[in-house]
Design a protein around this ligand. Structure first.
Ligand SMILES: Cc1cc2nc3c(=O)[nH]c(=O)nc-3n(C[C@H](O)[C@H](O)[C@H](O)COP(=O)(O)OP(=O)(O)OC[C@H]3O[C@@H](n4cnc5c(N)ncnc54)[C@H](O)[C@@H]3O)c2cc1C
Length: 391
């Protein structure tokens, strides 16, 4: 990938300008450049500076809404072929996701979710307590009142840095120009058409801008007078020292909000929301999180109580009112494309989302999912919320 330092060769025009060098921006640059679109990506800091470089990078297909499930299933199929396609290691590991069911109400919802997921072709099932123990032997199923769990063996994890850089490198190989330390300062339109962007390195004439700025998407949209309902929320996460291999699945509980898995190298990685977190651009890690996470994790897996935490950090969720992404063209402004609002699951959906958006930009294809996830869905106030979320 080129890191440009001089302004002399900075492009003055492009077919498409992408704002943001996270997983979605880089995957979009690849999808577009691969099909010969003249694309420029501007990242205000460095690749993976946003949520992508701070995330758990879990990949799961077990959702409550059809749209998220469909995007996730199709993304997993792409993740499985990505190393070959991009010719680079992305650290994909498929150890499954185990979603703990604590009571009858959760069981009814899990049964409903699993039926919908199966109807879309997903290999997923509801396990009893003994089967849970086989998959994650360190779980205290009695202590956490588990009555079952849903499990999908093809869920998993990929390395967010490797995956993003693999996309970025492949994009550059296909002619995309990626500029780090280049901030978008303004977007100008003429008669409701995108006309050019203003950056810290100069202006770029373009008729298409993709807003893949994660938690900052709201600010990018404001540059053209568009109001996004997205809110930035600090999310904390920690990693422990390496211990011997104990389990391969990601464990989640919607009731307790906790998620944790063991990395290939042996560390336990996980997070939990802290009570009453308010929206805003705050990055300070808290002792409240550390305490809450340690307490809950050792409640789930008491044998981890002697394991040392080596690092905790924060990143933002870019949260929408229905916990689903905002995708596609913005009503009233031709060429202003949204790819944001991923609300904590933007890494896992990125392969398919960026493929669908690039097909829209190049061929004008508008599959139903793009219409359902358009910003305009918030106009009629009858939104369907994704409820299978942690945090
Ligand atoms: C703690 C935590 C755990 C998570 N766990 C998971 C998980 O397990 N699985 C999963 O799928 N998702 C997870 N997520 C969510 C996931 O990280 C995000 O949804 C995803 O990374 C979003 O990628 P993105 O490329 O859209 O945005 P980002 O990665 O946030 O990238 C946006 C980029 O835009 C840049 N930018 C902003 N403004 C400008 C500007 N004016 N000019 C130029 N550049 C600009 C930023 O610097 C940033 O690099 C987690 C998030 C967090 C914080």
């Amino acid at each position: 990938m080129t890191r440009k330092t001089k302004n002399d060769d900075f492009p003055h025009k492009a077919d498409v300008v992408i704002v943001g060098g996270g997983i979605n921006g880089c995957a979009l640059a690849y999808q577009l450049a691969k099909r010969h679109v003249d694309v420029v990506l501007c990242e205000k800091k460095y690749l993976c500076y946003g949520a992508t470089g701070r995330c758990g990078a879990g990949i799961r297909q077990q959702w409550s809404t059809r749209e998220n499930t469909e995007l996730a299933i199709r993304s997993v199929k792409m993740f499985e072929k990505l190393e070959k396609e991009l010719k680079m290691d992305i650290g994909l590991r498929q150890g499954g996701y185990l979603i703990i069911i604590h009571d009858k109400k959760e069981m009814r919802q899990a049964e409903k979710n699993v039926a919908m997921q199966k109807s879309l072709g997903l290999n997923v099932s509801i396990l009893d307590v003994d089967e849970i123990q086989d998959i994650v032997p360190i779980l205290d199923t009695k202590g956490i009142n588990a009555i079952g769990a849903s499990f999908c063996p093809t869920d998993g994890h990929a390395d967010p840095f490797k995956t993003t850089h693999a996309y970025a490198y492949a994009a550059a190989q296909h002619g995309a120009k990626l500029y780090k330390f280049t901030e978008i300062l303004g977007i100008k339109k003429k008669n409701n058409l995108i006309d050019h962007v203003v950056t810290t390195r100069g202006n770029i004439k373009t008729n298409t801008v993709i807003n893949a700025a994660g938690a900052w998407s709201k600010k990018i949209a404001e540059m053209v007078g568009v109001k996004l309902p997205n809110m930035p929320f600090r999310k904390e996460i920690l990693v422990t020292e390496r211990i011997k291999p104990l389990f391969k699945a990601m464990v989640i509980s919607f009731k307790d909000g906790i998620y944790f898995s063991q990395q290939d190298e042996g560390q336990i990685l996980g997070g939990i929301p802290i009570p009453e977190e308010k929206p805003g651009y705050i990055t300070t890690p808290t002792f409240t999180f550390l305490h809450h996470m340690a307490k809950t994790l050792t409640h789930y897996a008491p044998s981890l109580r002697h394991v040392k935490v080596i690092r905790q950090w924060t990143g933002y969720y870019d949260v929408t009112p229905d916990a689903r992404p905002i995708l596609g063209e913005t009503k009233g402004i031709k060429g202003f494309i949204q790819c944001n609002g991923f609300s904590g699951h933007g890494f896992m959906l990125s392969p398919m989302v960026t493929k669908i958006l690039s097909d829209y930009i190049i061929d004008g294809k508008t599959p139903p999912i793009l219409e359902k996830l358009n910003l305009s869905r918030f106009d009629d106030k009858k939104i369907k919320r994704e409820i299978s979320v942690v945090g």
